[in-house]
Design a protein around this ligand. Structure first.
Ligand code: SF4
Length: 355
């Protein structure tokens, strides 16, 4: 079991409240992670023998398949039948931990993250979740496959990540309490506050602008988790040491898209919405972050979508111009509604051009 001193929580202590409204989104389609070494398989199969047919292995983890639209144990009243019939302690481990069930190991260090897509966490609710309570829940789980997806065996990598990101998180949370954009930027880099305005103008014919204070505060509360997930998630836009330097400008672009989303919704955006905005807009955030950098394309043909071929040719023939200088005229000639789709299709090109 890891010690609190070696853990980085991507969420603030006693700020997020988990107010279950019985939406059951967490009980739909993700399988049930079981504490196999803690005896959960034995208990569940004894109580519900038919589940034996649906057990499976995912790496080191034992999980029970459940249908995508509804867990076997989700009753019509949206409550968990395992909990109802056997008590909360018998509920599968991944369900007990949810939404703080994304737990990772790097050497002796740990990251405790949360699911901000499925769970409607709120800021400042009646019963904010304490780090100590999450640690206590984690301590009830024996199976390292449930409470320790291993990202690295390196203690040095773990220490570097935890010490850097813990300091950033602490400053972002302080900035969130004041909806302070400049402080959120300064939390992530010593560089002067950058501008992603030229990319926004080229894409959207309008300037970048900050969102309303409530949306901005939600962005800042989320920032440590989204940084971690970008660094260790599947996109791999760059090796981590270079991605760390790119993240602040990507973040700034995300803040601009959050403002546009709030404008569309005609209300402040919550953390669930902002998480999905980050995922969806990632290629555009990458374009904005790389805007002043010089792309190079070497090697064989890149399989690009037809709409991207002009930009690909410009990058291939490039002799020192920035991505912005190459992309701006091409975007300006495209219909406004075609620009964001072109950049999203250009994601493989943007990766290759800065590999
Ligand atoms: S076992 Fe219970 S809490 Fe877990 S997914 Fe199924 S219904 Fe939800």
């Amino acid at each position: 079991m890891f010690e609190a001193a070696h853990a980085f929580f991507t969420f603030p202590d006693r700020v997020f409240a988990y107010e279950c409204r019985g939406c059951a989104a967490c009980c739909k389609g993700h399988g049930i992670g079981l504490d196999a070494t803690g005896g959960e398989v034995a208990h569940l199969t004894a109580a519900y023998p038919a589940v034996i047919a649906f057990l499976r292995r995912r790496g080191d983890a034992t999980t029970a398949f459940n249908p995508r639209d509804r867990c076997w144990f989700l009753d019509d009243d949206q409550l968990c039948r395992v909990e109802r019939e056997h008590g909360r302690a018998r509920k599968p481990a991944s369900c007990r931990l949810f939404p703080f069930n994304r737990i990772y190991r790097l050497g002796d260090w740990a990251v405790v993250d949360y699911n901000s897509v499925l769970c409607p966490l709120v800021v400042g609710g009646a019963a904010p979740v304490a780090h100590a309570d999450v640690l206590a829940e984690i301590a009830t789980v024996d199976d390292p496959a449930v409470v320790g997806t291993r990202l690295s065996n390196s203690d040095d990598e773990g220490r570097e990540l935890v010490e850097r990101e813990r300091a950033i998180a602490s400053a972002c949370f302080a900035a969130a309490a004041r909806s302070d954009l400049a402080a959120g930027w300064a939390a992530q880099t010593a560089a002067p506050l950058a501008s992603v305005d030229p990319a926004f103008r080229a894409l959207l014919d309008r300037p970048w602008h900050a969102p309303d204070p409530a949306t901005l505060a939600h962005c800042l509360w989320l920032t440590p988790s989204l940084r971690f997930n970008e660094l260790y998630g599947p996109r791999h836009y760059a090796p981590r040491d270079r991605l760390v330097a790119l993240l602040p400008a990507m973040w700034l672009a995300w803040i601009g898209f959050a403002a546009l989303g709030a404008e569309l919704a005609a209300r402040p955006l919550g953390m669930q919405e902002l998480t999905t905005v980050w995922s969806e807009q990632a290629p555009l955030m990458l374009l904005a972050a790389r805007w002043d950098q010089v792309p190079r394309l070497v090697g064989g043909a890149l399989d690009t979508a037809p709409d991207v071929r002009r930009l690909a040719a410009a990058v291939r023939e490039n002799s020192g111009q920035t991505l912005g200088a190459l992309a701006a005229p091409i975007l300006s000639e495209a219909a406004p509604a075609a620009r964001a789709p072109i950049v999203k299709l250009a994601e493989p090109l943007l990766r290759a051009a800065f590999a």
